[in-house]
Write a new protein. Structure first.
Length: 52
């Protein structure tokens, strides 16, 4: 899923008790990763070049 504020999303997930990764900053985007209760892996993406 793609978001406009990766830091706010990470904070929201942490506050909800989710074990979420640190923000990985790559040239093509910023990412956090976590697993849902069923073990499905999720990635949250922020694309800075789209959001200035």
């Amino acid at each position: 899923m793609c978001v406009t504020d990766i830091e706010a999303v990470r904070t929201h997930l942490l506050d909800a008790g989710v074990d979420v990764s640190e923000i990985a900053i790559e040239p093509w985007g910023h990412f956090v990763h976590f697993a849902d209760p069923d073990g499905n892996a999720w990635s949250v993406q922020y694309l800075p070049y789209r959001h200035g």
